[in-house]
Ligand binder design. Sequence first.
Ligand code: TPP
Length: 386
Amino acid sequence: MTVMEQRGAYRPTPPPAWQPRTDPAPLLPDVEPYRVLGTKAADRVDPGLLRTLYARLVRGRRYNAQATALTKQGRLAVYPSSTGQEACEIAAALALEERDWLFPSYRDTLAVVSRGVDPVEALTLLRGDWHTGYDPYEHRVAPLSTPLATQLPHAVGLAHAARLKGDDVVALAMVGDGGTSEGDFHEALNFAAVWRAPVVFLVQNNGFAISVPLDKQTAAPSLAHKAVGYGMPGRLVDGNDAAAVHEVLSDAVRHARAGGGPTLVEAVTYRVDAHTNADDATRYRGDAEVEAWRGHDPVALLERELTERGLLDEDGIRGAREEAEVMAADLRARMNADPELDPLELFAHVYAEPTPQLREQQAQLRAELEAEAEADSAAAPQGGHR
Ligand SMILES: Cc1ncc(C[n+]2csc(CCOP(=O)(O)OP(=O)(O)O)c2C)c(N)n1
């Protein structure tokens, strides 16, 4: 048959009917960041919850200041402060049940401590010591993740596995705005949505990925809009409004627990300090911008709500600050004590079954350490023979 004859035989028909696979309208995020403090919605928030959030925020701010001071004293190698982002950190920890799991990034020490991890143990990695420093199973907190967004697929895997096993567990994974450009972000959200895994993704949009502002990072209308492409709801919330972040995350956790699948929450906030103590933020942003955000400070916003409603007075404010000082003094004292380090720990927990090369290197290091200890004791002055 010639080509012309083939064409003649082809009878075009309309394609099978097309419909969107999911209605995108309910997945779309809020038109502007959701707020509670200073609005009517605040009246229905439990005063006890507001007070708890306040005490934790004050403590969190003090923790950030103390940890930053410890970097200057050489007690911490590096500290990525979350000053200005305390509402997201604290609300993330409080929105979870004890049986749930938190998957933090390197900036989320406050969320980790708020879950119950010892404040000193939470700093182990940043001190340049053990990679994790706390037992992840004790408080169900994964290690602070330095490689961007790698914690997200881990959270999805844990949540999906828990569901397959019939365990009632939700995973909450935290990531920065820059982390949303990573392949792991895409893979995690895609799998989570396809599997309807019980996961909540919290993006703290603090304006910058080190020196890179958000508009150089994405052309999306908002980071919350990215949810729609994966087939999950996106929520946009004021990240400095602790009551709003707590409500949105709690709703998302409930939705996930009930089998509704994942949610992507974008919390709009601001990193008031530099990226870490090793960064000079004045090289890429102006003071006016920082000052504007100080006017929308998470601690001050909550303090104002509580005092205006007669739920907090001068004594209450003083009490919260004093309690934070006690925590800071304890952190200082314990961080100033030199840790006992055993160089042979290098080889522990690398593999369940160490490789022959590692065994050989371990034996070599042990022999060197023993020889050094022997030499030291031989050189030490002997008692009574001065
Ligand atoms: C996979 C990977 N690429 C690059 C880096 C280097 N890096 C460390 S922090 C950072 C910026 C991350 O910004 P963002 O995700 O917005 O989080 P933030 O630090 O603002 O909390 C980059 C690029 C890294 N840690 N991991």
